[in-house]
Write a protein that binds this ligand. Structure first.
Ligand code: COA
Length: 192
């Protein structure tokens, strides 16, 4: 595809796809918020966060507690979201969190986080976690994966518009497709 934004009318249902720029090379494309906010690519928000698991991170079985992994995931995803939107963004939801393999004390965990899709004020961040022994070179194994939704907020906590996402690579497009589909399938929890 060249010189176009993603297709479709600006209905509520396809807002996420609509605000995602498919091709950065589009000459003369209509910039809605992009002049003001500055479009960003997924690579601009890519974060890697590494931490060695210690005895303080274990559960009653002696392996690494899921909550310890989730904290790392949330920290990395928050940094990624903040980089994309250039300011504070709060965690709205954690979804599709899958623990794929256990981690042990002495494992070096590395979380990679990247903004995969954006809405008007929200961002979908994909995180993956790999583990390897801290002191020996060896094979990395993937131990977790999750999507998190962040909402960019102003000083009063009110949601604010985020920059659009420029997809530059095949991987960007594939992750965006997965994130948009994830977003469209989500059921929002009612308040109260
Ligand atoms: C997240 C929060 C700012 C949303 O406020 P809100 O008034 O419900 O926002 P709105 O209804 O105007 O929705 C704003 C955006 O957030 C999205 N959103 C809101 N709640 C969501 C949820 N639970 N899951 C996913 N997305 C959500 C909406 O879809 C909308 O996206 P869009 O603008 O891209 O279309 C608010 O619920 C909040 O402050 N929650 C607490 C956050 C927190 O403390 N996190 C933990 C520490 S960081």
């Amino acid at each position: 595809m060249s010189g176009t934004e993603s297709q479709g009318g600006a209905t509520e249902g396809n807002m996420w796809a609509e605000r995602t720029v498919v091709d950065p090379g589009a000459a003369g494309r209509t910039a809605i918020d992009s002049d003001r906010l500055g479009d960003k690519a997924p690579a601009d928000s890519r974060i890697r966060l590494a931490h060695i698991m210690s005895g303080a991170d274990t559960n009653l079985y002696g392996s690494v507690h899921g909550g310890a992994v989730l904290k790392l995931i949330d920290d990395a995803a928050a940094a990624s979201a903040a980089r994309h939107c250039g300011g504070p963004a709060v965690t709205a939801s954690v979804e599709r969190l899958n623990f794929l393999a256990p981690a042990q004390v002495g494992d070096l965990l590395t979380v990679t986080a990247i903004v995969a899709a954006v809405g008007r004020t929200s961002l979908e961040v994909l995180t993956t976690v790999v583990a390897e022994r801290w002191n020996t070179p060896g094979e990395e194994r993937q131990i977790a994966r999750a999507f998190l939704t962040f909402v960019a907020v102003d000083a009063t906590g009110t949601p604010r518009a985020v920059p659009r996402l420029v997809l530059k690579t095949e991987t960007d497009n594939a992750l965006n497709k997965e994130a948009v589909s994830h977003r469209q399938g989500r059921v929002r929890t009612p308040r109260g």
